[in-house]
Write a protein that binds this ligand. Sequence first.
Ligand SMILES: [Zn+2]
Length: 269
Amino acid sequence: MRWALFDGTQQIDATELREQDRGDYRDHLSCLDQECAAPMHWRKRSKDGKAATFFGHHAAGCEYGSKSDEQVELQRAVEEFNAIANTADELVIRLDPLPQNRPVTEDTPGATGTPGRVHRHQGADRQRHAGSVGYRPLLGKLITDPDFRRSRRALTLSDRTRTTIADGCVHVDDFTLRSTTMILWGQVGNVRGSFLNTGYMGEKKPAVLLHKEAASAVKDSLNLTELSELNGWHFLVEGRFQESSNGGPYVSLDNARMIAFLPPRNPAS
Ligand SMILES: [Zn+2]
């Protein structure tokens, strides 16, 4: 699995561990589930591109023994959302820094960015809670909760556009071109050059054009060699869509922080 505990408390990400630090982690790694607490071992990224991982013998009944990394990653995103946003009256998009392949130190616990914050606005007659939430937790919530997709809860986008979850977060199948900033979410259908497409040519389904720097930042943060490895991944992007010369809608992205990804449930290979 991708995550483990260091010394029983600190979450670390297998893809962020470096070969030269291997000795520092030996005999300090255990399962994310503290009741299981099975000793874990680290396996580096394989030559054929399989991601670095932790492995070991989980206790009977430990769900990390049966869940795929993709399921665990989705669950972590939803838990992050629930921790901050389930009680918030309104949601405010927060741009998270990109995850980096940085060495893990005592000062950098966790692997998926900072937890959300709760702001309190003192209203005339009551307090409103605004929860600031990153794209990844929001994407996890949209994927797993159909009721949430129809929610009229207020949402403020990163460019301060005021909307609601239902109006502001559009699934690729419901897309229509509009002049305002929106959030689009769905799955990458295919990748052609720098375009992440959600349909095939002629279908006029929305696409994301990743500029060079954004493309390499995405690859770095997800440990990918090629953009085409994003086939089937869930994504969420914020931006203003436009029409290409052949009528296909797309959003042009030069900042990788405006898009987030979660791995597909059944990745190819
Ligand atoms: Zn376990």
